[in-house]
Design a protein around this ligand. Structure first.
Ligand code: KG4
Ligand code: ZN
Length: 344
């Protein structure tokens, strides 16, 4: 192989409610276009049928924009990487079918990517002032659909050592926000209001769950009963205390996450700790992770903000790593709604 020969990969992500396309060249992101679907806000959550329709509308312009912004021609592409799963079936099918047809038209290989591996491997995108974690490291992968502590042995060998037994942490944020009358997705709003509030104002019970597993459904019910009781006593309770309620909810969630993460470090002896997934955008989680450097001597890895919530840059980096590894899709594959982080 000629040294430094540019390898261009197009990444396509369409697993949930964001249509995204990115171009990567030798590990560096040249473009990362994300079209959010605002349509879901008025329904209080993602409506799968509307999501796949919006993907159909967005996919062509989003890909065109990504190629344009990268300043290349589609004929320069060496391969196409797409999210195979996990995610919503209808949404995945849009990205998968488009990737397949484009690879046929351009006569270039296809690379199937596991969305959860994408969240983790976003840490390997070439960025200035961004350290890459050494193997093995632990990754707290927190999104709207997942909450896991994953031991990353190498790029493609990942072991889940703890996970939620019910709701994901993103759901805990979004459902709590819904109880407070905030629109979907409520996670970023709780983060915003929490900055102005007192995190010790209200106390919520933390769940007791075995080993390194998590549970968030009890917390959500606890918050619901608390709010029902308080608004009965005073109908303006939420309005008057929104910042304090958000800060207290967020603080409880952060404590639940970090109690388990500390145990995971104790059990494995691994002190290189990364966070990934949409919820890793949360400011208190980022602060709490950074604080462990002085407190416990951990080395921490926090992704750039734009690589936390769903994006195609993270799919493109996995595509690039698989390209170097020669892991192309030789047999036809279809979208897979359920896919473990350890599966390719
Ligand atoms: O990874 P992601 O974009 O999609 C999934 O794969 O699920 O994660 C979306 C989740 C949503 O639940 C959203 O509320 C949450 O990430 N989220 C946040 C923040 N930004 C996004 N949660 C708390 N604080 C934030 N700043
Ligand atoms: Zn995700």
């Amino acid at each position: 192989m000629i040294k430094n020969k540019p390898i261009y990969i197009l990444g396509i992500e369409s697993s949930c409610d964001d249509t995204s396309a990115a171009v990567i060249c030798n590990g560096k992101i040249l473009s990362n276009v994300v079209a959010n679907q605002e349509i879901h806000a008025k329904y209080g959550g993602v409506v799968p049928e509307l999501a796949s329709r919006a993907h159909q509308q967005n996919i062509v312009p989003v890909i065109q924009q990504a190629i344009q912004q990268a300043n290349i021609d589609k004929k320069d592409l060496n391969a196409i990487a797409f999210t195979r799963g996990p995610g919503l079936m209808g949404s995945l099918l849009v990205g998968t079918s488009f990737a397949k047809s484009l690879s046929l038209a351009l006569n270039i290989p296809l690379i199937a990517v596991n969305h959860m591996q994408g969240h983790v491997l976003a840490h390997f995108i070439e960025e200035e002032n961004q350290q890459k974690p050494p193997f093995p490291f632990l990754c707290l992968t927190i999104s709207g659909g997942h909450t896991q502590i994953v031991k990353i042995n190498n790029y493609f060998e990942m072991e889940v050592i703890g996970e939620t037994i019910d709701d994901a942490v993103g759901e805990a944020f979004d459902k709590s926000a819904k109880i407070l009358g905030l629109p979907y997705p409520g996670g970023p709003l709780i983060d915003k209001y929490a900055k102005l509030g007192n995190s010790k104002a209200f106390k919520f019970t933390k769940p007791k769950v075995d080993e390194l597993n998590f549970s968030f459904s009890g917390l959500k019910t606890g918050i619901l009963y608390f709010i029902q009781k308080k608004t009965k006593e005073s109908p303006t309770f939420i309005e008057e205390n929104l910042n304090d309620i958000c800060a207290s909810i967020q603080h409880t969630i952060v404590e639940i996450l970090f109690d388990k993460l500390k145990n995971a470090v104790k059990q494995t002896g691994i002190k290189h700790i990364a966070i990934a997934g949409g919820v890793s955008a949360n400011s208190e989680i980022r602060k709490a992770l950074k604080a462990t450097e002085n407190k416990f001597g951990w080395t921490t890895y926090i992704p750039k903000f734009e690589y936390t919530t769903d994006n195609a840059a993270m799919i493109a980096i996995v595509g690039y790593l698989k390209y170097l590894n020669g892991s192309f899709l030789e047999e036809p594959t279809s979208a897979t709604a359920r896919l473990k982080v350890s599966e390719r």
